[in-house]
Design a protein around this ligand. Structure first.
Ligand code: APR
Ligand code: PHB
Length: 393
């Protein structure tokens, strides 16, 4: 079998794997990024779109923030809407001037791919890692099924940035692995529409019919979501039904209708919370969705993934350039403390905004939480700070 040697083998060219590759490359540490899918697929996959304050700075410091700063939309607030009335959470005022940047995850991915290819650093698409070996020996290795057949990469460390359906976390022995999981009784139907957003800021909306979210990608592209039952399919949602339901849930007296336009992308995503621990086993480190999933209501998925990479990069650099193992030894505990904070916030946002169709006690609690979030300065400050910068605070 062909064999390559590198310092860090990175599994997965999502935001986590690509940012790690970028940071290592800038510091002169060798790595290879191995991605099971093709380039077009990963660049087109529509995902999240909100970048926290500190994570935008991280991308910039890593030399990957140029287009994000130019084309991303900087927001100073979000709206919480319930009973068809809007309440603004003044993110910047409540967080010493911090802002969020609305910029699609696939744009971050495109920027990082361009940088890696321009630097001539190894990145192989259509290359699936099928086995991870030697995690407790002198050298680790991964077996890859690539376009030209199978090959082996031997390395000092493996970064498992392969998302929630990857192989990395299955390489941790079952006897050591703990998996904490919650599935929610609803999914999100998301659309991307060629319609000028009828809002300057994101709107998180609770309506008795269900959740709705008004987001955007540009002055001409709207990104909208509807909370739906978990067994619903796209076939049950015609364009007309989607717009009607968005209008019903999002309507206010000032804005009874939202702008409509051709729907160019649609999908239904289940909502889950997952935490896998530990995030390290021997020479393997998990980062991003490979280690944890949050429901998207807090806009934390990509931020959490990139924040893991900030910690992992520093740990690998200390080990590989100075032989200092302190940071790799504390990697899992350091990350998990922050991961659980993001899980808590995502769970709080999710539970407050998705009405129950069965449990009216739950609905009473949700309304009380929402009223508190918009009337108590203390509650809105906690919400704002968590929303704007949880992963760097
Ligand atoms: N070999 C190679 N690549 C793999 C393998 C494998 N065995 N298994 C999975 N992959 C690839 C996937 O094809 C995917 O492109 O790993 C990549 C993981 O990327 P992401 O799923 O984007 O995960 P991550 O980088 O952690 O980013 C997390 O993605 O799902 C969203 O909400 C989430 O915004 C968050 C972000
Ligand atoms: C998005 O724009 O896709 C988006 C925004 C906020 C969220 C989730 C998704 O909480």
């Amino acid at each position: 079998m062909r064999e390559l040697r590198t310092q860090v083998a990175i599994i997965g060219a999502g935001p986590a794997g690509l940012l790690l590759g970028q940071m290592l490359q800038r510091d002169g540490i060798e790595s290879i990024v191995l991605e099971r899918r093709g380039r077009e697929y990963v660049e087109k996959r529509v995902r999240a779109g909100v970048i926290e304050y500190g994570i935008a700075n991280l991308l910039e410091e890593a030399g990957a923030g140029e287009r994000m700063r130019r084309e991303g939309l900087e927001h100073h607030g979000v709206e919480l809407r319930f009973n068809n009335v809007s309440h603004r959470i003044a993110l910047s005022e409540l967080s010493e001037g911090k802002t969020i940047t609305v910029y699609g995850q696939q744009e971050v991915v495109k920027d990082l791919i361009d940088l890696r290819l321009a630097a001539g650093a190894p990145l192989q698409f259509d290359s699936e890692v099928t086995a991870i070996e030697g995690l407790q020996s002198q050298r680790a290795s991964v077996v890859v099924n690539g376009v030209e057949g199978e090959f082996r990469v031997t390395c000092d460390f493996v970064a498992g940035c392969d998302g929630s359906f990857g192989v990395a976390n299955t390489a941790i022995p079952k006897s050591l692995l703990r998996r904490h999981e919650r599935t929610y009784p609803f999914s999100w139907l998301g659309i991307l529409a060629e319609a000028a957003p009828a809002t300057d800021e994101l709107i998180y909306c609770r309506h008795e019919n269900g959740f709705a979210l008004y987001s955007l990608r540009s002055p001409t592209l709207s990104r909208l979501y509807l909370g739906v039952r978990p067994d619903e399919t796209l076939e049950q949602w015609s364009d007309g039904r989607i717009w009607d339901e968005l209008n019903t849930r999002l309507a206010t007296e000032e804005m009874p209708e939202i702008s409509q336009g051709p729907i160019i992308e649609r999908s239904i995503t289940a909502m889950r919370s997952v935490v896998v621990e530990p995030m390290r086993f021997g020479r393997l480190f998990l980062a991003g969705d490979a280690a944890h999933i949050v429901p998207p209501t807090g806009a934390k998925g990509m931020n959490l993934a990139l924040a893991d990479v900030r910690v992992l990069f520093q740990a690998l650099r200390a080990q590989l350039t100075e032989g200092d193992s302190q940071l790799i030894d504390s990697y899992s505990a350091t990350c998990l403390e922050r991961v659980w904070r993001a899980e808590e916030f995502s769970n709080y946002m999710t539970q407050m905004l998705h009405p129950s169709y069965e449990d009216d006690f739950e609905n009473g609690v949700q309304m009380a939480r929402l009223r508190q979030a918009v009337t108590s300065k203390e509650a809105s400050t906690v919400l704002a700070r968590n929303y704007v910068d949880l992963n760097s605070a």
